[in-house]
Design a binder for this molecule. Structure first.
Ligand code: FAD
Length: 547
């Protein structure tokens, strides 16, 4: 059945009526990956998420599919190897949202990496992470470095290394995986919170959930329950009365966003800040974002925010290496704060804590997965579902075979692969350009939707009657169709999921939405939003935004 907000109630009722093989708590990348792995092994799967899908840490990362260079410094060689392999796999499965982004590593006198250490380090990294020959690191002289990135200070600069990373859109990646899981039969419902677990003779057999969008509670039964609640896993372990032994150590990471014209970086860069840590600065669209911090966190898990201290730390870091940029607090347009669900290790500082994932099994049978990275989600899922599958097999319920997600196509990438996607993007960019859509806009939409651009475009072309007078006013002329669809998608997101990125069910709900919207009201909203956008560009406020 289609992954759609219109199926929420139906899926909740169905889940209440059956006994699932596995119930996953948490709809971030970890939960989505587990749902996909379990569904593709033929298990019956339900997933509940208390916010929007990806509303937790999975929309608040640095948005990189890492090869894990920093793990090398911590001598975590297996981790480098694993994430490198995963990265290559993901690039082939979802080339529309996993995009190569050569990263510059400037080398300064007294910096984290010396010239030879960088050269050897990047070489080892390339080999361990299985980087393709043509993408392997390139060392650059001081002159070449400054030519490539003239904003860098030349004081103490010795040269740089250029190595491959991939940028992504974390929340969209989570949705991609979730949609793919749903296409394999998983029932995933957002805005549904686990309020307590159900037990039989001390064994967990499901959960009572509250539907925060439609109201009401449901009792969902499952043979296995997986706690994939990211920074909230210990709260759920508390509900299960199994919070003992290892526990989470939450660290906060903040990114800030400035207009690209204020920090006109030519390319992504990973540089030293004065306290010896390293941060990324990444140009993206009309902005450049900078992050991250890494500080111990005690506070509301639901609403981590960027403080002035976080902001000033990052500004100072940028101005240290890019003195002519001279960023000021008033340049900060927005930002986001996320919590890393790391596993506590006595005596270690936030940056020293391992990013490795770990599975805990409670005496009630609750399976908890903690730690990890966005990049490694598929392997984390494999380990969890191997355990679930073993338990189900031991209990004589079913044999479910081995993990095959390394061969499963994600919904927007299909079987295109990276080469196929390049051709697809060319074809579609030409086609949309001929229909009057600006080339860069077309490319952005193709990267957003992948193969699903076909459906979105068809609707725009097929249903001009839906895009009537009121929309034309703001959607205007040739870009009308694509803009209006994009807009509808955003409204659909905001009505059904609270976040504009969640166009997952747009094709289904689009029609319904077009009919139900008060277009006069919509136009006013749109005009207001455009006005605010213009004002923001002229006078960027010091604003904080999470998520
Ligand atoms: P989450 O995404 O937080 O998902 C858990 C979900 O559980 C939440 O959506 C929450 O709402 C839900 N939930 C909680 N309680 C309940 C309940 N009772 N009922 C129902 N649902 C519930 N990794 C990379 O690979 N690359 C990067 O560039 C990168 N950068 C990062 C930068 C920062 C600042 C941070 C903080 C992390 C970064 N990471 C990165 C790590 C990565 O983002 C996380 O490891 C990953 O997103 C964690 O996903 P998750 O699904 O485990 O947790």
């Amino acid at each position: 059945m289609q992954f759609s907000a219109s199926n929420r109630k139906r899926w909740l009722s169905e889940m209440e009526e059956e006994t699932l093989d596995v119930l996953v708590v948490g709809g971030g990348i970890t939960g989505a990956g587990i749902a996909l792995d379990a569904a593709t092994r033929g298990l019956t799967v339900g997933l509940v998420e208390k916010q929007d899908f990806g509303g937790g840490t999975s929309s608040r990362s640095t948005k990189l599919i890492h090869g894990g260079l920093r793990y090398l410094k911590q001598m975590e060689f297996n981790l480098v190897r694993e994430v490198g392999r995963e990265r290559a796999l993901l690039y082939e499965r979802a080339p529309h949202i996993v995009i190569p982004a050569p990263m510059m590593l400037p080398i300064y006198q007294g910096g984290t990496y010396g010239k030879w250490a960088s050269s050897v380090g990047l070489l080892v990294y390339d080999r361990l992470a299985g980087v393709k020959k043509e993408e392997r690191r390139r060392m650059m002289s001081r002159e070449e470095t400054l030519k490539r990135e003239p904003l860098l200070t030349d004081r103490g600069l010795k040269g740089s290394g250029l190595y491959v990373e991939y940028r992504t859109d974390d929340a969209r990646l989570t949705l991609e995986v979730m949609k793919t899981a749903a296409s394999h039969g998983a029932k995933a419902v957002n805005y549904t919170e686990v309020i307590s677990f159900l037990y039989d003779n001390g064994r967990v057999i499901g959960a009572e959930v509250r539907d925060q969008a439609g109201g009401g509670t449901y009792r969902i039964r499952a043979r296995e329950v997986v706690n994939a609640a990211g920074p909230w896993v210990d709260e759920l372990r508390k509900k299960d009365q199994s919070l003992e032994g290892k526990h989470l150590h939450l660290t906060k990471g903040v990114h800030l966003v400035v207009p690209h014209e204020r920090f006109p970086l030519r390319q992504p860069i990973y540089f030293d800040v004065p306290d010896g840590r390293m941060v990324f600065a990444i140009p993206r669209g009309r902005t450049t974002y900078v992050g991250t911090t890494d500080t111990d966190y005690i506070g509301s898990i639901d609403k981590p925010v960027m403080t002035e201290e976080d902001r000033d730390y990052l500004l100072k870091g940028v101005n240290h290496v890019f003195p002519t940029v001279d960023l000021k607090p008033k340049d900060v347009e927005s930002g986001w704060a996320g919590l890393r669900p790391l596993i506590h290790e006595e005596g270690k500082s936030p940056s020293e804590l391992s990013r490795k994932d770990e599975i805990f099994q409670s005496s009630s049978g609750l399976i908890t997965i903690a730690g990890g990275k966005l990049t490694g989600f598929r392997k984390m899922a494999e380990r969890v579902v191997d355990l679930v599958a073993k338990r189900l097999a031991d209990a004589g319920v079913r044999e479910s075979g081995i993990c095959r997600t390394d061969q499963v196509a994600l919904i927007g990438g299909g079987n295109l692969g990276s080469d196929g996607f390049s051709r697809f993007r060319e074809e579609w960019t030409d086609r949309m350009e001929q229909a009057g859509v600006e080339r860069s806009r077309a490319e952005a939409l193709i990267h957003l939707y992948g193969l699903q651009i076909e459906g979105v475009w068809e609707r725009a072309e097929e249903r001009p009657d839906r895009l009537t007078a009121a929309q034309v006013d703001f959607a205007m002329e040739e870009e009308m169709a694509i803009r209006a669809v994009d807009f509808l998608v955003r409204r659909t997101g905001s009505l059904f999921f609270d976040r504009p990125r969640s166009e997952a069910d747009a094709p289904q709900v689009l029609e319904q939405m077009a009919e139900s919207l008060d277009w006069d009201d919509e136009r006013k909203r749109m005009e207001q939003a455009m006005l605010e956008q213009e004002q923001k560009q002229t006078h960027p406020p010091l604003a904080e935004k999470t998520g």
